[in-house]
Write a protein that binds this ligand. Structure first.
Ligand code: SF4
Ligand code: SF4
Length: 438
């Protein structure tokens, strides 16, 4: 095991994991309806393969796309297709969704599994990932088949399963590692074999000692797999920070992990890959932490893709206290959910419900030039100077100051004693620069 590793910059913050870290993964109550978005993360949207009135089985392929930068979608329940219409997902993206009314039978498509004992064929693994509709489950939502395909023959030597889960409150990866350590490791071993890599690492923040112990014991049965225990610090879960901590390699700005011969994906993604490869399971459910002070009984729920957010909150006993925000993902980099009927996708890690006492509504005051934002920035930007340029609408200056290199982690806003909206301004500048196309 590798211990006590980290990156430079970042912030220490209250973790608030106690709300749900000890809650075992609970099966979801059968939803009345699901609304399956035909685009789950990034890429080209699928074409629906079903129409209104069709009956579908759980696990049935209901959307696919010929484009390589895409990922399939499957029914997460059995029932009848009642509508296909545009809806907002819980991440706030407007996308066509296939609505299915549950017939309660859980009638399921059983996919054939092949004998998987021999060498791993990389192209076959890519196809398995595409057919199963696996996307990055840490929040990014990048089609896994595209990522894997792009890494074949490119000299990748290290495979990293990202189990940092550095956002406050979230515990879905933690529970996945504690309850399914072997599946996570099997998924990593598959990619190590497929890419002929030298080593695979399960990288976990040291605030999850139970997961680290279990993974370490399990990894002893697997050649080439090592557990890396990282110092708990935000944003350790950013893939470039994981690479820096574990491999001591710096991903050049604007480049991907492959440029330093590394391949990184979330621990849940590797588990989904093992499920698909060994058990023929399509990606139709994922663990979601429904947590925070505004939830009556916080839980980690094995949620069916397409379930309305409100169903998951109700399974946790509903709201509690003076609720002021419902967030998809973590509070540092997540998005406010504005419609509780919106469906969850494969890339949603958690639903965090915050009450008034957990929010800071103070108005910004003038910058006191303390430089805390500079020290906190993991990519070495100067948020204070950037914000000044952006306030003057000087986007050319912001661009010169490398604003586009911001990973939108929010660390600068978090540490600012003047409560300046640094990360928000920077995001606005990036959107403006991209909209202008220069
Ligand atoms: S400038 Fe961007 S990368 Fe740096 S701390 Fe702020 S949000 Fe994070
Ligand atoms: S942290 Fe806030 S107050 Fe301090 S230098 Fe940065 S913007 Fe100014």
């Amino acid at each position: 095991m590798i211990n006590n590793i980290s990156f430079s910059g970042g912030v220490h913050m209250n973790e608030y994991k106690e709300f749900s870290e000890k809650q075992p993964i609970e099966k979801q109550n059968l939803p009345e309806f699901v609304h399956i978005p035909v685009l789950q993360g990034t890429g080209v949207a699928c074409e629906p393969l079903v129409k209104k009135g069709d009956t579908v089985k759980k696990g049935q392929l209901i959307g696919s796309c010929e484009a390589s930068y895409s990922s399939s979608v499957h029914a997460s329940i059995s029932g009848t297709v009642v509508d296909i219409k545009e809806m907002f997902t819980a991440e706030g993206k407007k996308v066509s969704c296939i609505s299915i009314e549950n017939d309660g039978t859980e009638d399921e498509v059983v996919y054939e599994t092949k004998n998987r004992d021999g060498e791993v064929d990389p192209k076959e693994l890519v196809q398995v990932a595409k057919d199963a509709g696996i996307i990055g489950m840490g929040g990014g939502g990048f089609p896994f088949n595209v990522k894997l395909n792009g890494a074949i023959g490119k000299g990748v030597d290290s495979i990293l399963a990202n189990g940092a889960e550095c956002e406050p409150f979230l515990t879905s990866d933690h529970r996945t590692m504690v309850e399914h350590p072997e599946d996570v490791i099997k998924g990593v071993a598959l990619v190590v074999d497929a890419l002929n890599a030298d080593a695979g690492y399960i990288a976990v923040e040291d605030n999850k000692p139970d997961a680290i112990d279990l993974l370490d014991k399990t990894a002893s049965d697997f050649e080439k797999i090592t557990v890396a225990s990282m110092i708990t610090k935000y944003p350790q879960g950013d893939s470039a920070r994981v690479i820096d901590s574990v491999l001591n390699r710096k991903v050049p700005i604007g480049e991907r992990s492959g440029s330093v011969n590394a391949f990184v994906s979330n621990v849940g993604t590797f588990k989904a890959l093992a499920d698909a490869y060994y058990n023929g399971k399509p990606s139709i459910e994922r663990v979601i932490s429904v947590t925070g002070p505004g939830v009556a009984n916080p839980k980690n729920i094995l949620a069916k893709v397409g379930t309305p957010v409100i169903d998951l909150i109700n399974q946790c006993g509903g709201f509690k206290g003076d609720v002021v925000a419902v967030i998809s993902g973590g509070p540092m980099s997540g998005h406010q959910i504005f419609d509780l009927d919106s469906p969850v996708t494969k890339s949603i890690t958690g639903i965090v419900v915050l009450t008034r006492e957990y929010m800071d509504f103070r108005d910004p005051t003038p910058c006191i030039k303390c430089d805390r934002c500079i020290h906190a920035c993991p990519v070495k930007l100067n948020p204070q100077v950037l914000e000044k340029a952006i306030r003057k609408e000087n986007f050319d200056m912001a661009k010169k100051l490398h604003v586009e290199e911001c990973i939108q982690c929010g660390s600068c806003s978090f540490v600012c004693p003047a409560k300046r909206h640094l990360a928000e301004s920077i995001k606005r500048a990036i959107n403006e620069i991209w909209a202008r196309g220069n």
